[in-house]
Design a protein around this ligand. Structure first.
Ligand code: HEC
Ligand code: HEC
Length: 163
């Protein structure tokens, strides 16, 4: 058994909150980030980590990131140009500040979209939501990196980040 304590706690909370979460999702809850619905994006951008929801970053960020996939956080994530264009188009049209996402403003509070941040995990709102998470959890062997959302948010792939 190597279930991290966090998963256990979240699991219990998940049971307690599942009814609530469903209710909120239907009501368009503020912590629902529609998952990638385009198979090609899911495939190309979901092989090394979860396919991050496009509504987690502004359009400028996706353009910047897609403009340099060769230097993608130390990895080479290059795809052929036609495919890259398709992926960019999808991400940009579903970004936090496009596509009519109701809560995009809140998520991007304090972010200058001109600065095109590349990390979700560096957005002020993300940092604020996680400020109570202790260091030892980030370094836990089942987590390792802040970008490993699904380690703690078991429903991340489906767009739910409620606890
Ligand atoms: C070859 C592996 C690989 C592929 C393919 C890949 N990525 Fe990444 N990505 C990484 C690595 C490595 C990181 C850094 C993760 C970390 O900090 O732990 C990262 C980080 C990210 C982050 C920032 C996460 C954070 O810290 O907030 C985003 C956003 C992202 N990738 C989007 C994409 C998109 C969009 C695609 C598809 C075009 C993609 N990735 C394809 C390896 C990959
Ligand atoms: C080490 C575990 C851990 C990792 C990894 C993690 N989170 Fe979280 N996240 C939490 C916890 C715990 C909370 C609740 C914090 C609180 O309520 O004080 C939270 C809260 C959130 C919230 C707010 C949810 C709400 O209903 O208030 C969002 C959105 C979120 N996380 C997104 C992400 C994303 C996106 C990633 C990956 C880029 C990520 N998290 C990675 C533990 C984690």
């Amino acid at each position: 058994m190597k279930i991290p304590p966090r998963s256990l706690a979240l699991g219990l909370l998940a049971i307690a909150f599942s009814a609530l979460v469903l209710g909120r999702a239907q009501a368009g809850g503020s912590h629902y980030f529609p998952p990638v619905a385009e198979p090609v994006v899911k495939e190309e951008c979901g092989s090394c980590h979860i396919a991050f929801a496009p509504s987690m970053l502004p359009a400028s960020s996706w353009k910047r990131m897609m403009g340099d996939l060769r230097n993608h956080f130390g990895d080479d994530a290059t795809v052929d140009p036609a495919l890259a264009a398709r992926i960019t188009e999808y991400l940009v049209s579903h970004a936090a500040d496009t596509g009519g996402r109701r809560y995009g403003d809140k998520w991007l509070r304090g972010v200058s979209t001109a600065s095109a941040p590349l990390r979700i995990t560096e957005l002020p709102k993300w940092v604020k939501e996680h400020r109570k998470v202790p260091d030892r959890e980030w370094s836990h062997k089942d987590v390792r990196t802040k970008a490993n959302c699904a380690a703690c948010h078991t429903d991340a792939e489906r767009g739910y980040y409620d606890e």
